[in-house]
Write a protein that binds this ligand. Structure first.
Ligand SMILES: NC(=O)c1ccc[n+]([C@@H]2O[C@H](COP(=O)([O-])OP(=O)(O)OC[C@H]3O[C@@H](n4cnc5c(N)ncnc54)[C@H](O)[C@@H]3O)[C@@H](O)[C@H]2O)c1
Length: 338
């Protein structure tokens, strides 16, 4: 089978990681990335000797890029003419505008969580509903929190079945370097239910989910605490086994030094993962317990990198590269070295 040709629109926090993720897949080719301005990641691309081409995402953008000394390989239409599928990681709302161009060019696309639901035919999660994405032209990924949350709830659901879940999200307020968000000393609250619980029900409609969200001024990951009502009681040991066997969940121990969100970020640095990216959600062993028969636990969401594997699964679904989610997830994870 010839390699699937992939392009990335928007070379920011998510786009630069999607590009690296695609480069790691032996059965895919990164044709190029598109952006509108000589941002820090775009400048770093030039410093690295342009390992893959950059295209101007909108007419006229080439002027600002070239003025900053960034080589531009062509227009957005040129990029669309060469790819089978686009991974759209432009700021929320821009993807819907780009979709008009994808439709005109007959190119498939995968959108990120910041786009509205109408942009895609299928709301996609690699480990839960891969088969729904098979051959579909436009898929939308769940947000970073939802992606990780669904992995953890599905681990219990696939083991004993889940009736309902209540979640609390301690949400990082900005990505590293987002100085435009200011230095805050606030815990901002939102009305219930949070969108992540609503989105979880969209992907897993048999589970009754609700929850609260509190923004907190940290940049290294979100933490979600969960209470899950199982169909049959599950012991702590069985739950840990289900989490441990589930793809993209890393069970860690407070007793070994994993005592915070930052400890997982530090771990990624010590492991010398590129950009300190973790693809797994962290799950603390000593935080798994019970309230009556309900299962309690907490997970860490590395917001910058958590959606990369499921996005690559979406390419595999849209291009019908594998018949089942299990095969697709195994291929993606193998190439990403998870
Ligand atoms: N940052 C996160 O933690 C995170 C996590 C999961 C999902 N997401 C979602 O991923 C998407 C991208 O978010 P991000 O944080 O990477 O944004 P970002 O601001 O870091 O990057 C967006 C990039 O798109 C470029 N851009 C602007 N207009 C464009 C256009 N017309 N065409 C192509 N590129 C354009 C910008 O110059 C920028 O480089 C959003 O939908 C967001 O909700 C973000």
């Amino acid at each position: 089978m010839s390699k699937v040709k992939v392009g990335v629109a928007g070379y920011g926090v998510i786009g630069n990681r999607l590009a690296a993720g695609v480069v790691a897949q032996d059965d895919m080719e990164l044709v190029g990335v598109a952006d509108v301005a000589p941002t820090l990641p775009v400048r770093a691309l030039k410093e690295r000797g342009m390992p893959f081409p950059l295209f101007a995402a909108v007419p006229g953008a080439e002027q600002g890029l070239e003025a900053a000394g960034i080589p531009v390989s062509g227009s957005f239409d040129d990029l669309l003419g060469e790819v089978d599928i686009m991974l759209d990681a432009a700021p929320g709302g821009i993807g819907a505008k780009n979709k008009v161009k994808y439709v005109a060019a007959g190119v498939k696309a995968v959108f990120q969580g910041g786009e509205s639901g109408e942009v895609a035919d299928v709301f996609f999660h690699g480990t839960v509903n891969y088969e729904k994405g098979l051959g579909v032209d436009y898929l939308k990924l769940t947000s970073c929190n939802t992606t990780g949350l669904i992995r953890a709830v599905h681990a219990v659901h696939a083991s004993v079945g889940v009736v309902k879940t209540f979640i609390t999200i301690i949400r990082r307020v900005a990505d590293p370097g987002d100085t435009h968000r200011g230095l805050t000393n606030v815990l901002e609250v939102e009305p219930i239910p949070n969108h992540q619980a609503v989105d979880l029900m969209s992907i897993m409609p048999d589970i009754d989910a609700t929850g609260m969200l509190i923004h907190t001024p940290v940049t290294h990951g979100h933490i979600i605490t969960l209470s899950v009502t199982p169909k049959q009681k599950i012991s702590v040991e069985a739950a840990l086994e289900a989490f441990g066997n589930y793809p993209r969940i890393k069970v860690v121990k407070i007793s070994e030094g994993f005592n915070s969100n930052s400890s997982l970020f530090q771990w990624a640095r010590y492991m010398e993962y590129p950009r300190a990216d973790m693809f797994e959600i962290g799950l603390w062993e000593e935080m798994v317990g019970h309230s009556g028969d309900d299962l309690l636990f907490a997970i860490n969401i590395p917001q910058e990198s958590v959606t990369i594997p499921e996005t690559i699964d979406a390419v595999r679904a849209a291009m019908e590269m594998h018949a089942t989610g299990a095969e697709a997830v195994a291929a993606t994870d193998g190439f990403l070295g998870i």
